[in-house]
Design a protein around this ligand. Structure first.
Ligand code: NI
Length: 158
């Protein structure tokens, strides 16, 4: 396992649409392990492959309940709305208000390429949406209501 460099807002790789993963390979497994390590090291709650410069549809999330790996994730269902502060490891020290669904159901494949359905509420729903946006080249700053502001607690970043 190795830490990978987190790309920052302004890097073109963060604006690209990622390709689907067709089969699990040693290289993708290594990417997943490296992404988890990189996310934990940076105190994030989620990380998407393009943030480490890899244009594949792979996401890792941990909102404090253990790591979740999502390969080729897709939102199946959403309910409600919640407007809260959101941040991103590709824009450290900043946050802004973003409205996201309060509940989402996601379809994805795990690291063994088994299809899974995952449900998330509040922070987990937000993390799923935020990270899936990265796979289509979108950053939360495009959705911020009002101004970005400085954050005091790094732990709140995604
Ligand atoms: Ni992000």
């Amino acid at each position: 396992m190795a830490l990978r460099k987190i790309r920052q807002l302004g890097d073109e790789v963060l604006t690209k649409k990622c390709r689907e993963v067709k089969e699990m390979t040693p290289r993708i497994r290594e990417l997943i392990e490296d992404m988890k390590e990189t996310m934990y090291e940076a105190n994030g709650v989620g990380l998407a492959a393009p943030q480490v410069g890899v244009l594949r549809r792979v996401v890792v999330v941990d909102v404090g309940e253990g790591p979740i790996v999502l390969v080729n994730p897709r939102i199946l269902e959403t309910r409600g709305e919640l407007t809260e502060d959101e941040g991103c490891l590709s824009l450290p020290g900043k946050a802004g208000l973003v409205t996201r669904p309060a509940y989402v159901k996601v379809e994805a494949w795990n690291q063994d390429m088994e299809r899974v359905e995952l449900e998330g509420e509040e922070l987990l729903a937000r993390a799923f949406c935020h990270e899936i946006d990265h796979l289509d080249g979108h950053m939360y700053v495009e959705k911020v209501e009002g101004e970005l502001h400085d954050v005091v607690y790094e732990e709140e970043e995604q």
